[in-house]
Ligand binder design. Structure first.
Ligand code: COA
Length: 221
């Protein structure tokens, strides 16, 4: 019997790093994801996201979140893809760590994005999950660099980027909730990458590379 992982290799991807496991969110996980989202990701007077998806409430937030996951699968192609990995800490779902890119086979760059439920923040998980996805990107998917961005009033996200070795890469001015918000752009290279204190183990990267049309970095001279 053919498994769903064989048909859709993203579902076969699994990354472990100490107490963390990262893997693509499956439909069975979505109720758990939604309960953590409903519990809050930031205080109401803050907005850490460029696209303010957490301003939606109730059923609108539920529908938007479900469609976001389904859309990222439906629109995936070698030229435009995003990996939205759920994060489990000691078996408990705590948040999400993603990376997205366009024209990757030429650009070899992409941008990470992440969130944790409020009860799970400030315990080092954000740093560990970023280190895990950066290891996946550099060691298994052939990234040359990784970008991130954080509003200047988001010390947690900037703290993670600093600890992982990103350097500041310019400021961008955005309109956020009708006011100016400045976003700090960040850049990470493999040389500057500060790795996790635990080994990062990756399972199923070959199927993901096949789906995304990426050659195995170990086989590139
Ligand atoms: C951003 C986020 C993923 C970080 O995860 P986290 O688990 O809270 O972060 P960590 O505990 O690994 O590290 C946070 C680091 O930020 C720094 N930091 C945290 N709060 C800070 C503050 N108020 N002032 C200065 N630095 C601060 C610290 O350096 C800390 O590192 P330390 O362990 O050496 O003290 C999480 O806070 C979150 O989901 N926030 C809401 C959504 C969000 O902002 N997403 C990112 C959008 S760009």
């Amino acid at each position: 019997m053919t498994t769903l992982e064989q048909l859709w290799p993203l579902f076969g991807l699994r990354v472990t790093c100490g107490p963390l496991e990262l893997r693509p969110v499956r439909d069975d996980d979505l109720p758990t994801v939604l309960s953590v989202v409903a519990g809050g990701i930031h205080e109401p007077d803050q907005m850490p996201f460029l696209f303010p998806w957490t301003d939606a409430t109730g059923e609108e937030l539920i529908v938007n979140t479900l469609q976001h996951h389904w859309r990222s699968r439906a629109e995936l192609s070698p030229d435009n893809w995003s990996l939205e990995l759920g994060v489990w800490r000691d078996g408990v779902f705590v948040g999400s760590q993603g990376v997205r890119t366009t024209n990757f086979r030429v650009t070899r760059t992409g941008e990470t994005g992440s969130w944790l439920g409020l009860p799970f923040q400030g315990q080092g998980t954000g740093t560990l999950m970023r280190q895990a996805i950066c290891a996946l990107c550099f060691d298994h998917l052939g990234f040359t660099e990784l970008m991130s961005g954080a509003f200047t009033d988001n010390p947690q996200s900037r703290g993670v980027s600093r600890k992982v070795g990103y350097v500041e890469n310019g400021l961008v001015r955005y309109k956020r909730r009708d006011a100016l918000a400045v976003n700090q752009q960040l850049l990470l290279t493999p040389e500057a990458f500060v790795r996790a204190p635990h080994p990062v183990e990756v399972f199923g990267a070959d199927g993901v590379r096949r789906l995304l049309g990426i050659e195995d970095p170990d086989e590139v001279s």
